[in-house]
Design a protein around this ligand. Structure first.
Ligand SMILES: [Zn+2]
Length: 360
């Protein structure tokens, strides 16, 4: 993971945007850290940047000045004693648990301490028990920083052995402020922030996404197209999924840039340790996450349309309430990797049509 370098007057935590509570908790922990921290909150809310900053602060002789060699290397994701482990597969496997235990047992390369950042730990599944001992009793020089989007049942036992810090998604107003601070025009910042589901990464991506307004329109106008036939539904689903696919273009461009950088490094210093397969796996996951975020955004837009209709008049109330419930259920089902066309077709067949609105 990499983080923006702090400004001249900042310290290691300066780049952790919009999360004062999280930063305060980590700052307070620097003087006398325990063996493991769990940062539980959606990716994009700043947990990765916070983990890099915390690692810098734990390795820095002055507790996170932001400017010394330890800080700079840790913030750039390149400190030999700040290791980030990201599982390659969809779930953690036994080989991942073995690798984590091996990394935890290694003595620090440079200093008295090392920080092991474990990402994606909501995907721990059945290897949780294999890791429990390592995480609750690591060598005294090891500090774990565990990142998880959520805390599923398989993670509860490990969570109980950590200092847990819950991290809230960033509020749209906070996101908009951060984007404006980065030079984005206020109106554009607000639109991107509202569609970003609490993620600064996604908000930054949406800023350069010219199709956002068109996607919002397409989802919002869907109820006017519905006529109770499967044929209409099939066409609508296919069009919306095409838009979702096209929306990944800015991300694909950014990923192509990162891949090209890696190829340059490989050309200069060889394949060994290049991290190619990790980069590829992490890019695949980012695309997957982007797709799910897009579908959630679309379903949220659709639900809002039915809620607005409920407020506007009292026609068809039961059907419209049912529509909002069905849309929310479909959004939740996205977490279980469903067949997306089938999920959307089944949903759209249940939705009542809405009259055309002229002011949208
Ligand atoms: Zn420092």
């Amino acid at each position: 993971m990499t983080t923006e370098p702090p400004p001249a007057d900042g310290d290691a935590f300066t780049a952790v945007a919009g999360q004062p509570g999280l930063v305060a908790a980590l700052r307070a922990a620097v003087a006398a850290p325990v063996h493991a921290y769990l940062l539980a909150g959606p990716a994009g809310a700043g947990t990765a940047a916070a983990a890099a900053a915390f690692a810098a602060a734990l390795l820095c002789p002055s507790g996170g000045c932001g400017h010394c060699r330890d800080c700079r290397l840790a913030l750039a994701g390149a400190h030999p004693d700040a290791v980030t482990f990201e599982p390659e597969g969809a779930y953690l496997r036994l080989v991942d648990a073995e690798e984590i235990s091996r990394l935890a047992a290694r003595t620090p390369v440079e200093g008295r301490r090392k920080v092991l950042v474990l990402t994606q730990f909501h995907r721990v599944r059945e290897v949780g028990p294999a890791l429990l001992k390592t995480i609750e009793e690591p060598p005294a020089s090891t500090v774990f920083v565990i990142l998880a989007d959520t805390v599923p049942p398989e993670l509860v036992t490990i969570a109980s052995r950590c200092v847990r810090i819950d991290v809230a998604p960033l509020a749209p107003s906070t996101l908009a402020e951060l984007l404006v601070g980065e030079g984005v025009a206020p109106e554009q910042a607000r639109t991107a922030a509202e569609a970003a589901a609490g993620s600064l990464d996604r908000a930054r991506l949406l800023v350069s996404d010219a199709g956002l307004a068109a996607r919002r329109q397409a989802w919002s106008h869907l109820p006017e197209r519905l006529d109770g036939t499967g044929a209409t539904v099939a066409v609508a689903v296919s069009e919306l999924l095409d838009l979702v696919e096209a929306a990944a273009e800015p991300l694909r461009r950014a990923q192509a840039g990162a891949a090209a950088e890696l190829e340059e490094r490989v050309a200069a210093s060889g394949e060994r340790g290049s991290g190619r397969s990790r980069l590829e796996a992490s890019q695949r996951r980012a695309l997957r996450r982007h797709r799910t975020d897009e579908l959630r955004f679309g379903l949220a837009t659709l639900a809002r349309r039915y809620r607005d209709a409920l407020v506007r008049d009292d026609t068809d109330v039961a059907a419209r309430v049912g529509a909002v419930d069905a849309i929310n259920a479909a959004a939740e089902a996205l977490a279980r990797n469903p067949n997306e066309p089938l999920l959307l077709q089944a949903l759209f067949l249940r939705l009542p049509p809405l009259p055309r609105e002229t002011n949208r």
